[in-house]
Design a protein around this ligand. Structure first.
Ligand SMILES: Cc1ncc(COP(=O)(O)O)c(C=O)c1O
Length: 364
């Protein structure tokens, strides 16, 4: 019998629309990190985020790095971030020698505003708060913005996972001085690899755009007043991104269905519940919370045996060997989510047969 194919956590979902878009970018002759698709993608992203400007770049990490470069983040800065996130939220700050401070989550997994307040009230000097929209669920932008305002901290939103999400009518990425998106291969909208900065600040957008292309001055020769980066997105990838954005409503609807499928699975007596919902989430990954770490690990092993990809919730940054000893405010909630949480296969292209297979594993 033919072996069933592996079910991945969140693989790209692409088809004819994407193929045609990429071919048309290719045929247009703009096989370069500029061109009409980049402009179109940036306009579409700015609209989606409810922002004036968007700058498309080569990855979400590059987007974070560029915003930090614009701010001048260096060893005199403190960067405060939720401990429950992917390392890229703080990686660029680490390379810049900034002091890292981690903050615990609330029950939804997003940063706990009271803990954030506690962290900021102990800070002196220039401080950047990188909040995170965990697993496609917008953080409480209003609460974070007011804590940052009270303490004179800059607020930037890492909305890498939240493209297409909203909260209280505000789109993901609409808060703070700037926000970033990721279009990496496992994200809800992919350009295979890519990212963007969205902002209402013309100064920030212009500077980030310039920095992303080696900070070249507008001269016939190569003139530089500062050192930049090579982080621009290519026209071909932007074409792919535009085609994906055209399908965003269908992607969001399908991800919601998948999340509802899991929600229906875990009844009161199952000992498993879903991570508390945040209205407007994009359901990038559905996350189940088991009663104990043992239960979670047993499920993880069953998934692995069935060739189905599932993954524990992000390991908190304060538990990472590389950040041992970093100042951390709380941490118990994030540790508990890491111990009991499992990200379940959530790919837009999952078939009814895939879901049956997943159901069999879960019933086991
Ligand atoms: C929260 C978060 N921040 C940043 C990134 C970095 O994005 P990229 O992989 O596009 O560099 C990711 C995803 O990969 C992420 O999940």
């Amino acid at each position: 019998m033919k072996k069933a194919r592996r079910i991945f956590l969140s693989p790209p979902w692409t088809g004819e629309e994407e193929r045609r878009a990429v071919e048309s970018a290719f045929d247009s002759g703009f096989v370069a990190p500029c061109g009409p698709f980049v402009d179109g993608f940036e306009s579409a992203l700015a609209k989606l985020a409810g922002r004036r400007y968007a700058v498309a770049v080569s990855s979400g990490t590059a987007a974070i790095d560029l915003v930090m470069e614009h701010l001048g983040v260096d060893s005199s800065w403190t960067v405060v971030a939720p401990t429950l996130t992917f390392i890229a939220t703080v990686g660029p700050a680490c390379h810049r020698g900034a002091k890292l401070v981690f903050v615990d989550s609330d029950a939804t997994g997003n940063v706990d505003a009271a803990r954030l307040e506690e962290a900021l009230s102990r800070r002196r000097g220039r401080t950047l708060v990188m909040s995170v929209d965990l697993y496609g669920r917008c953080a409480d932008y209003g609460a974070i913005a007011s804590v940052c305002r009270r303490h004179g901290a800059v607020f930037v939103s890492d909305s890498a996972e939240a493209v297409g999400a909203t909260r209280a009518g505000r789109p993901a990425g609409s808060a703070g001085l700037a926000a970033i998106y990721s279009f990496n291969g496992n994200k809800i909208v992919t350009t295979s690899g890519g990212g963007a900065v969205v902002t209402d600040s013309k100064r920030l957008a212009d500077h980030v755009r310039k920095l992303s292309s080696q900070s070249r001055e507008n001269r016939p020769w190569y003139e530089h007043r500062e050192v930049g980066y090579d982080y621009r997105m290519s026209n071909i990838l932007a074409a792919l991104g535009l085609a994906q954005l055209g399908k965003l409503p269908a992607i969001l609807a399908r991800r919601r269905e998948i999340s509802e499928f899991y929600g229906g699975f875990f009844g009161a007596e199952s000992g498993v519940e879903m991570l508390p919902p945040v209205p407007g989430e994009n359901h990038w990954l559905s996350v189940a919370l088991f009663r104990s770490r043992r239960g979670r690990d047993a499920a993880l092993s069953r998934f692995a045996a069935a060739d189905v990809e599932a993954r524990p919730v992000w390991k908190p940054m304060h538990l990472q060997p590389v950040f041992r000893g970093a100042e951390t405010h709380g941490g118990e909630v994030a540790e508990d989510l890491f111990a009991r949480g499992l990200c379940l296969p959530s790919g837009t292209g999952m078939t009814a047969r895939d879901m049956e297979r997943i159901g069999e594993v879960l019933r086991g």
